[in-house]
Design a binder for this molecule. Structure first.
Ligand code: FE
Length: 216
């Protein structure tokens, strides 16, 4: 770790760019350099321990929609758990061993015969990462972020989801502190499924609210 690493890298980057680098030459991008620099400064100033960023990345990488699916399947099979989940999503997830590594609250929104929930972050890409992992690219793009709010039924139709007129569509806008997870309707034909089989049919997109859970 050198003191002037940022400047050195930047010069290096410009040289390579000017020379028209061929395939195989690795040139860190602007944000990667920014990230390395800030990381080094945080360690240098004693604000975090070396390795802390890597450990946090490992925690993030360990999160996948399989965790959310486990929560949904439990809610479908255990009414008492479902009741607790709807009151305090975070505490109920923690019961299943899903830790929250940040200070976000989790509100679980139940889809019913009369209400269909859709989640969005109009500002950026806030997402229930502890239970779903990283958001899909379309979730972070402006068309979804804007249109989910002013024409949710059209957006849903583009995902192949037609919501009947007598079903209310509710759009919930995530924030840095409050994240949402959709509890989809249990699909017809799953009456004899056990919890594990149920979890296997729950998809990420169903927990965002853009599609129902279906048995294929
Ligand atoms: Fe956001």
């Amino acid at each position: 770790m050198t003191k002037h690493r940022h400047n050195d890298d930047e010069e290096h980057h410009h040289e390579l760019a000017a020379a028209g680098t061929g395939a195989g030459d690795y040139v860190p991008g602007y944000f990667e350099m920014l990230e390395m620099t800030i990381g080094e400064l945080l360690v240098e100033k004693g604000l975090i321990a070396a390795g802390e960023i890597r450990r946090q990345i490992e925690v993030l990488d360990s999160r996948t929609p399989a965790l959310g699916a486990k929560v949904v399947a439990r809610a479908w099979t255990d009414p008492a758990f479902k009741a607790r989940l709807l009151v305090d999503g975070r505490a109920a997830c923690e019961e299943l061993g899903i830790s929250f590594y940040d200070d976000t609250a989790l509100i679980v929104l139940e889809n019913t015969d009369t209400v269909h929930n859709l989640i969005v972050c109009t500002l950026c890409s806030c997402y229930p990462r502890p239970v779903l992992g990283l958001p899909p690219d379309w979730y972070k793009l402006k068309p979804y972020r804007a249109r989910a709010v002013y024409e949710p039924r059209t957006v849903l139709a583009e995902f192949g989801t037609i919501i009947p007129d007598d079903v209310e569509v509710r759009v919930s806008d995530s924030t840095a502190q409050v994240r949402f997870l959709v509890l989809p309707k249990r699909p017809k034909g799953s009456e004899n499924f056990n919890e594990e089989e149920l979890a296997a049919v729950v998809t990420r997109d169903a927990m965002i609210g853009v599609v129902p859970v279906e048995i294929r």
